[in-house]
Design a protein around this ligand. Structure first.
Ligand SMILES: Cc1cc2nc3c(=O)[nH]c(=O)nc-3n(C[C@H](O)[C@H](O)[C@H](O)COP(=O)(O)O)c2cc1C
Ligand code: SF4
Length: 434
């Protein structure tokens, strides 16, 4: 391992996890500085703000919270807004099942997230930055609060940061309200404002009317953690860690039947086979049986079957194969799992998590589950399921097109992919109705 955290084997390029396990105390600002921390912030403070935006743009950092929106575009939009004040918000709700990478950063390297937020505060002149951490992450919340207090005491946060008059930013740590939808960015802002954590109708965009209806930047924990890396390596250096359509490395959460489960840092563009079967990464299945499918990006993502899995672990290549990288969750399932029963469980999740604000999502989720129950019962009896499958596809289309927020818009992803690639398992051999 070289000093900058790279292994020279070309596989294990760590820029996000390089300090994990190196701390005596992850809440100690002195430890962070000893490990090279705040280099990115110092570099940012030596640059003109538009130059920083150019570096973020060049890095081609895509949001790590699931939607993969280019951070450069989002930052530019906020920068161009004239209204004041501007707010910075870090999304640490991490509610997507199968996703546990933000927790690792928050519990073991909180300062890298804090540093990313401070760089954003510098760019936008924000005096207040918020991080919402899910309620269940008690250790992360306590540690982050301690990290903020230590950073303020050492002059890295609070007033006149690093001695620069007027560069002042308070970091506020807020506890999540406990529901999956509270991670949706507008519901997150409502939660911070003390309102019910339900999504707002968009537009207007949060860069224009965000927290307290002021221009606001919302980025994920891992996205903020990438920002100091971009400033240290330069946008081009970060881009080159990944692919043209998405720079950097990605934290991947392998779970389910994977032999090796946990959080892995993987350069974007790594062959999928390496991710799933490589000894450094997934290592195949714990049972030694074949992988039947992987569920990518959490409950809101598609299933990927073996014929889709011979490409690259990268944004575009996965989209080209009807897959989505999403949060980086990869739930591996071996061939003992019933695909239809699996997607039924996904439907149960969405019935539970729909906030009920809009009709297509509220009723659609329940109807989707009822159809899947009907199909399972009919299939077990050896009966005809084509009518129910057609109904299911109609519901999915309506829910996807008419729901007000990303929860409803993506709830059909898993069942849709199963129907497209393993239609015969639903007990129906006819042509797709879509
Ligand atoms: C139902 C729902 C739940 C979400 N939960 C999270 C979450 O827990 N954490 C997160 O970072 N983004 C979550 N998102 C995505 C956010 O709305 C938003 O896109 C993200 O925080 C933006 O940051 P990024 O661009 O850095 O990814 C969720 C979206 C939806 C629709
Ligand atoms: S799509 Fe679902 S979760 Fe989103 S606002 Fe509508 S009811 Fe609520």
């Amino acid at each position: 391992m070289t000093n900058d955290g790279f292994n020279n084997d070309g596989i294990n390029k760590k820029v996000l996890l390089k300090r994990i396990g190196q701390y005596q105390d992850p809440g100690s600002v002195q430890d962070y500085v000893r490990l090279g921390g705040f280099e990115g912030l110092r570099r940012a403070m030596s640059m003109e703000r538009p130059q920083i935006l150019e570096e973020i743009d060049r890095a081609m950092l895509r949001g790590r919270g699931g939607a993969a929106y280019p951070a450069g575009r989002k930052w530019r939009h906020l920068y161009d807004m004239e209204a004041e004040p501007k707010y910075i918000v870090c999304n640490g709700d991490e509610g997507e099942p199968g996703t546990f990478k933000d927790r690792l950063l928050l519990e073991q390297d909180p300062f890298c997230v804090l540093e990313g937020m401070l760089i954003a505060a510098y760019v936008f002149g924000a005096k207040d930055a918020y991080i919402l951490i899910r309620g269940e992450y008690r250790r992360a919340k306590d540690l982050f609060r301690r990290a903020v207090a230590n950073a303020e005491a050492a002059g890295y946060a609070g007033d006149d940061i690093l001695g620069l008059p007027g560069f002042s930013c308070r970091i506020h740590v807020v506890s999540g309200a406990g529901s999956y939808v509270c991670g949706e960015n507008s519901a997150l802002l409502n939660t911070i404002e003390g309102k019910t954590g339900r999504p707002r109708v968009k537009p207007p965009h949060l860069a224009e009317f965000g927290l307290h209806l002021k221009p606001t930047l919302v980025n994920n924990v891992e996205s903020f953690a990438c920002v100091p890396v971009i400033l240290s390596l330069g946008g081009q250096g970060f881009l080159e860690l990944g692919t043209e359509d998405g720079g950097g490395t990605k934290l991947v959460c392998l779970s389910g039947h994977a032999k090796n489960r946990g959080v892995f840092e993987i350069p974007l563009g790594t062959p999928m086979e390496e991710v799933l079967y490589g000894d450094h990464f997934g290592g195949g299945t714990v049972s030694g049986r074949p992988i039947q499918f992987c569920h990518f990006g959490g409950q809101s993502g598609p299933l990927g079957f073996p014929e889709q899995l011979d490409g690259l672990f990268s944004y575009q290549d996965m989209w080209d194969r009807d897959l989505a990288l999403g949060t980086g969750a990869v739930v591996v399932m071996d061939d003992r799992v019933d695909v239809v029963e699996y997607v039924r469980e996904v439907a149960v999740f969405f019935v539970h998590e729909s906030c009920g604000k809009c009709t297509p999502c509220r009723l659609g989720a329940t109807r989707m589950l009822a159809c899947l129950d009907g199909i399972l019962a009919e299939r077990a009896a050896g009966g005809e399921t084509s009518g129910m499958v057609t109904e299911l596809e109609g519901i999915m289309r309506h829910v996807t097109e008419l729901s007000a927020c990303g929860l409803g818009q993506t709830m059909g992803a898993a069942v849709g992919s199963a129907l497209k690639y393993r239609r015969e398992l639903f007990g129906f051999a006819g042509e797709p109705a879509l």
